[in-house]
Design a binder for this molecule. Sequence first.
Ligand SMILES: NC(=O)c1ccc[n+]([C@@H]2O[C@H](COP(=O)([O-])OP(=O)(O)OC[C@H]3O[C@@H](n4cnc5c(N)ncnc54)[C@H](OP(=O)(O)O)[C@@H]3O)[C@@H](O)[C@H]2O)c1
Length: 278
Amino acid sequence: MTDLSAPIELNDGIRMPRIGYGTYKVGDDEAQQAVETALATGYRLVDTAEMYGNEVGVGRAIAASGVPREEVFLTTKVWNDHHGAEAARAALEASLERLGTDYLDLYLIHWPSPKQGLYPETFQALLKAREDGLIRSAGVSNFLPKHLEKVREATGVYPSVNQVELHPYFNQPDLRAWHAERGIATESWGPLGQRTGSVLREPAVTAAAEAHGKSPGQVVIRWHLQNGCVVIPKSSKASRIAENFDVFDFALTDDEMAAIDALETGQRQGIDPGGNER
Ligand SMILES: NC(=O)c1ccc[n+]([C@@H]2O[C@H](COP(=O)([O-])OP(=O)(O)OC[C@H]3O[C@@H](n4cnc5c(N)ncnc54)[C@H](OP(=O)(O)O)[C@@H]3O)[C@@H](O)[C@H]2O)c1
């Protein structure tokens, strides 16, 4: 059986922790304290983005944490207004500067932004940055299979990771299977489904929580891990940062997994990546 507390190996040989600390809506001031708390708790993956406006705080936290830089798996993302080879490279260099580091473990294209149509070229720039030692792994976010295929046609490779909206109400079984067949790791954003307001109150979730003496949040995080996904819950509260990481002392049964899978509604909470909004 897979040890879910051990890193997964990506299609480029890089090892990535399966659970990380997400920083969307964590302000730059708050980020230093929150990320330091996460690192002290044991998280070794931190997920930020140019668009979150908190890279300075995240970088300060890593520097102040006492955890060696090489033990932290740091992810950030290039925003939509920096697609294209030159703009993406400049955005990467600016992110590195704000983060106070000379390399990233994973750099993601935040959205495919199909209206611009530059994402294959942007991904090529990520591969060049990998060659140049500025990033260890090149991935994407919010890509549909058609976008991933276009990237492969243009560059010869699939991204290492696709970070997508994924939670019990939108659990993307087809996309997960498609990724698995092609060696692309699935990383879940919005994993607790909190935009829906009700995932953590679902009887399938609360019953499993009661059965294992865990919280609903822990059950949902464990469900992601057992489904083979990398998961990056966010919390601004120290108690929940710790709670969300404490998911390695129990396992959901097949029936519990199936009951949570069955909460699927087919409804996204976020933007449709195939549209032109982003
Ligand atoms: N690539 C993309 O387009 C994209 C989009 C969205 C997010 N992301 C990434 O994914 C990360 C996670 O997504 P997210 O932040 O949207 O959603 P999330 O982690 O699913 O949910 C965060 C919300 O849940 C609450 N929460 C956290 N732990 C809880 C627990 N154990 N029990 C009950 N409530 C809990 C938090 O409140 P408190 O803070 O008050 O605890 C916060 O309101 C982001 O931070 C970001 O790094 C990426």
